[in-house]
Design a protein around this ligand. Sequence first.
Ligand code: IMP
Length: 427
Amino acid sequence: MSVVVAIGAQWGDEGKGKVIDVLAEQAKFVVRFSGGDNAGHTIVNPFGKFALQLVPSGIFYPTATCIIGNGVAVNPAVLIAEMDMLNSHGIATDTLVISDRANMIMPYHVLLDRLEEQARGGGAIGTTGKGIGPVFSDKLARYGIRFGDLLDRTAFRERLGAMLDIKNRLLTKVYGAEPLSLEGVYQQYLGYAERLAPHIQDATVLIDEAIARGDNVLLEGAQGTLLDPDFGTYPYGTSSPSVAGQGSVGAGIGPTKINRVIGVFKAYITRVGAGPMPTVLTEAVGQAMRDRGHEFGTVSGRPRNCGWFDAVAARYATLVNGLTGAAITKLDVLDTQPTVKACVAYRLDGKTIDYFPSRITDVARCEPVYEEFPGWQTPLNDVRRFADLPLKARRYLRRLAELIGAPIVLVGVGQERRQTIEVKSVW
Ligand code: IMP
């Protein structure tokens, strides 16, 4: 039995959906523990192609109970639409659990996210516009409304009224926007309550019992380490913790219960939204990565910046997450490259450094120092065993493991579930 955390180790979009979809085969519980519908976990499996924003990526296995943990902020309308979409593909969602402690995204969160972005002007973060900053600020400011509140109509109406008092003043007086009607929002959320009430539970108890029984529990992160509010390129990041420690907080498990931490990395790196990325490629190589890797935002459709693997950032991710293993995805995207590179240090103001700076103005000035590898120039999509990879690809992966500082457990060589090389068992 194991409790395994899988997190994004770059700027999000590392292919966590696929990795979780593979690992979930042996899990009894899959728990999403952070983010909201800003995430888009892409999965291609025998049921079709899906981009899950809220439902844990283990939903395709009837053997796994999926939980949306307390660390997630949920827009109920998006969740219901996603459940309907899954049901229409024959995938059951009746055992899905929503933590009664999870915060709800309210209409004013979405409005304020967009208004705040406009107000930031040239300093805009490039958010996904889903209300993430406002909902997580409210959670910490103790203005949040949680799923548990939905189950008591009178208390919910009172709480909503108090919040709308504050938010309507903000909307109208600061931003000159229209106020929201208490009755309208109340009725809208009562409708959600009717549909979602059977799923709302105290999830911590369920997970605790699962661990006590010895079940395999998989904790599914969202976004990535470099978007984390503490460790990311602040303020150009997201508003919920995306490091492994949040696996404990966002699922309600003591940290001593976690056995393994898997960091998910692309074989290169991408970033969407504003903020610096030292290995960004503007020339044809970056364009080729974008085209071959379909590097467009799952949620927003925006083109992602692409660049070579950043081992300085990767080592930093190993450090802040305590990685015990690395999953490398999308290796096949590099199949056509005559030369493959990895950034092993930065040059900052004339000095060579091997650490990831905390100040964003420093990150923005870092220039990559590259190590080069001959490309394998062979399609990898049909390879299923590490030993069957071309020698040049194996050499690249072995060096990545050394640079990351954690063994490689899994390698992705295509979008589909079956296009996976399982190097070491995670469980
Ligand atoms: P927010 O999370 O919508 O507030 O967006 C803040 C920043 O995080 C923006 O740069 C987004 O592009 C980025 N971001 C949020 N979620 C994801 C994700 O799932 N993948 C990649 N980038 C993300």
